[in-house]
Structure formats: C-alpha cells, structure tokens
Design a protein around this ligand. Structure first.
Ligand SMILES: Cc1ncc(COP(=O)(O)O)c(C=O)c1O
Length: 470
C-alpha cells in the first residue's frame, strides 16, 4: 500500500513538472502580458533581418559583408570586403604574390569567438536610445556620462580574470585607452604643478610609439616628453616631477615590466592593454595608483574605441574626468551599450570562455612561429619564460601579442627591409625607439593573415643558407 502511494506521488510530481515546463515555453513564445498572442517583433524586425542578411554572406570564409558596407550594382546585395590577399566577388581568389601584413595590432583573432556568440553579443538600438548628453539621476559627476551598469561589469570581468583590484577605486572611461593615456599624463602633471619645470614623461625603450607622438602633440606647460628614463639628468629630473609609462606586458616585446624611475615625485601610468590571460601569465592582480585597460585587446573591438582607467586617488580621477569632459563631453552612449553587451557575453557561464579561447589561439600561434624561427640562424625571437598564472592556476608558457624579431647577421641592420624583400610587412624597431635590427610582427590579426605570415616565413627560412652565400 505504502509503495503504491509512493509511486503515485512520483507520477504526480512528474506530471506537475511537465505542465510547468509547457507553461514556461508558452510564456516565452506567446508573451507574458496576459494576452495569448504570438510574441512578435515590432520595430526591430527589419533591422534584425538586415543584420542577419549581411551576416549570412559567407564570402568564402575569406571576407565579410557589413551593414554599413558597400552595396552591389543591384542596389540591394551587400558586397564582400575581402581579407588581405583574397579577392573576387566572393573573396575566393588567393592572390599569388601577396605580402603577409603583420604590421598593425588589430585584434581580429577574436572574431570567431564573437561569431560563436552571435546571439548574445548582438545589440539592438532604438532610434531614441539615450539621446541625452547624460544619464539621469546622476549622483556624482562621472555617472552623468559613464554607465554605472557598464562600470559594474568591468569590475566583474577584472574579478574573474584576477588581473586588477578595483575595490575602492574610481573608474574613468575614455575613447580607447589612447585618449586615457593623455588624460593620465595631464592629470598626473597637475599633481605637482607647483614645480617650476614641466613634468618629464618617460618610457623605457622599446616603447609603444603613441606615448611620444601623443605627449608631444598635446604638450602643455605642465609636461613634456623626455624619452628613455636613462636620459633623465641624475641631479635634477630624477628627483623631480617624472611621469613614467610602464607597459606591462610591453608592446612590442611582451615582457612584464616594473617602473624604473623611483623617488618621491615619480608617478607611473601602467598601460595594462595586454594584461589579460590571452597574452600573459597573471602573476598577481594589478593594484596600482593608475592602470589603463582597453576593450580593444580584451574583446577585440578596437573599432568601438573604448577604454577605462582604474584610479586610486580622487584628485587624479577628477582631473582625468575633467579632461574627458573637456575633450568629448563624455563617451558615446552607443559605444557604452555595445561594451556592456560584450562584457555580459564575456561573463556568461563561469566567465572563462573568452580567456580559454584566446589563450589557446595565441599560444598555438606562438608555438607555430617559434617552431619556424627555431630552424633559423638569421633571426631570433624574444624569450618569455614560463610563469605561474593565477588565472589558470598553473605554470604556463608564452602567448604574446607580438613577435619581436631580431636580425642576427651583422650586415642586416635593417630587419624591416630584410622581411619586406621576403614579402612580409612588419613594424620597424625604430618606431619603438629601438634599433632597426628589430622588427615587430603582429600575431593578433585574422587566421588568414597569420597563415600568410607563416607561409612567407617558412619560405624565408628555407632559403637562408643561399642568402648568406649570395
Ligand atoms: C600598449 C598599448 N596601449 C594602448 C593602445 C591603444 O589601444 P586603444 O585601442 O584602446 O586606443 C595600444 C594599441 O595597440 C597598445 O598597444
């Protein structure tokens, strides 16, 4: 009897659960407003259809069509934009003598991750989306211009990656980290503005060229670019007002760096563009006075132009914010919405998906490249030693964003021209204030670009012995 009752109880529960599921699915399909009609898209239907139409164009896997791209002669069909080295209406033709372009740091290696996550990363924007200059009910100056929801998600992504401590710190948004670099120089230079001489802005060679070009372009009476810290005069400058860019990991060589200038008035701007598990071991969470991050190298969306700075000191935060306000009156609300949507996708599940994807991809690229260069007596790559990574909880090998190639033969003082003769475009060492015996090759671009780079490098290394005897 008791057994019979128990069986009846199980059957009842099963039936209840099936009924509940049916109700749930019906609610999703037919709407939750009490009316049993098909939930239909109203105004977003055409926009969604247009987005799906361009996305459906395959372009032979060697190109893409975009909603804001060219339209064919029929006035309707979107035109494929072919990847470098591919041509034809459907991008199926591989151009025979094509150069491998490894110049720019365009992080398109992440494109497949977003194709895999197409549904959650799509953004629908109404014609009346946040038309105002500011967010409503803003309690502090920053929150009028910066989305609080986006700020919360940035803090969460750092907590998952374990690459920065954000508790108790301020966050400033900028038009890419590019804008924040100068905002930081400006704000830090005001910290010691009573000093009679302008703050000296320094960066250890090899350094990312923007620090020099931008600081010189926007120079004020408060700061000037000096160059390598070794150029500081011991007696005056070193004890004085110095602002050091510390790029860690460094662009171009991928090394983790610490400041080289000390002293009571030296201040550091940590450029943490590449401090993600994609590109480096994360030995500890960054806990600095001023660190700058960018969505460009986290999600690959360089075109969205969005970066953020994590700032400890309130007065530095306020001066950076004033800079952004004077330059732009805040950051585009569309950009902030897109960044928020992307970060929500990044945080899906356990939030580790993008890091696993990008680390595997960059590690495999580095291994393939190293394997080719290991056959060479003409070129070497930078050495990056394995390190313990808090994110992966293990010792892990290198997966840098760039190869910093050195030409070893004495007579080959210009490595860029050596590679160019072999149909490889890199960025000259002198761009990073280093010798032209070095050249930077980007490993961040699409698979097509990377494959082409491997093809050209294999050819170059294969003819090496002949080249020496010529
Ligand atoms: C070290 C470093 N900092 C900053 C930037 C600029 O990034 P963003 O796209 O955020 O302006 C780059 C871009 O390549 C970079 O390499």
């Amino acid at each position: 009897m008791a057994k019979g009752m128990q069986g009846f109880g199980y059957a009842f529960c099963l039936l209840l659960s099936v009924l509940l599921n049916i109700l749930l699915v019906a609610n999703i399909l037919y709407g939750g407003d009490g009316e049993w009609r098909l939930r239909e898209l109203k105004w977003s239907q055409d926009a969604a259809a247009a987005a799906e139409t361009v996305a459906a164009l395959q372009c032979s896997g060697h190109g893409r069509a975009y909603i804001d791209g060219k339209i064919g002669d029929d006035g309707i069909t979107p035109v494929c934009e072919c990847h470098n080295c591919y041509s034809g209406p459907d991008c199926s033709l591989l151009l025979p003598d094509c150069f491998a372009d490894a110049d720019s740091g365009d992080p398109l290696f992440l494109e497949p991750f977003w194709v895999q996550n197409a549904a959650s990363s799509a953004v629908v924007v109404s014609g009346w989306h946040r038309m105002s200059y500011s967010f409503p009910g803003s309690s502090n100056p920053g929150s009028a211009y910066f989305s609080q929801e986006l700020e919360n998600h940035i803090r969460k992504v750092h907590a998952v990656a374990g690459n920065a401590i954000t508790d108790g710190k301020y966050i400033v948004f900028g038009v890419g980290s590019t804008q924040l670099c100068n905002a930081a120089v400006y704000a830090l230079s005001l910290e010691n503005s009573s000093s009679l001489s302008p703050a000296k802005v320094v960066a250890k060679i090899p350094f990312y060229p923007l620090y020099k070009s931008q600081t010189e372009y926007f120079e004020t009476k408060y700061y000037e670019f000096q160059g390598d810290p070794s150029l500081l005069k011991n007696d005056t400058d070193a004890a004085g007002n110095v602002i050091e860019f510390v790029t860690s990991p460094n662009n171009p060589d991928g090394h983790l760096r610490a400041p080289v200038v000390g002293g009571p008035f030296a201040r550091a701007i940590y450029d943490r563009a590449y401090y993600w598990p994609h590109f480096t071991a994360i030995p500890a969470a960054a806990d600095e006075d001023l660190s700058i991050f960018t969505i460009s190298k986290l999600t690959g969306h360089a075109g969205s132009r969005f970066g953020w700075a994590i700032v400890k000191d309130k007065s530095v935060y306020e001066n950076m914010f004033m800079y952004i306000k004077a330059a732009e009156l805040g950051i585009s609300k569309e950009t902030q919405l897109r960044a928020l949507t992307l970060l929500k996708t990044v945080l899906q599940g356990d939030g580790r998906g993008i890091f696993n994807f990008s680390y595997e991809k960059m590690k495999s690229r580095w291994e393939k490249l190293s394997q080719i260069i290991s056959q060479s007596h003409r070129f070497t790559l930078q050495e990056i030693s394995p390190k313990y990574c808090n994110f992966f909880e293990k010792i892990r090998g290198p997966s840098p964003a760039y190869a910093w190639v050195k030409c070893l033969w004495e007579e080959e003082t210009n490595c860029t021209t050596v590679l160019e003769a072999a149909k490889i475009i890199g960025r000259a060492g002198s761009m990073f204030s280093a010798e032209d015996r070095y050249v930077r090759l980007s490993l961040l671009k699409r698979d097509d670009d990377f494959e082409q780079l491997l093809v050209r490098l294999r050819e170059l290394v294969a003819i090496e012995d002949g080249a020496k005897t010529m």
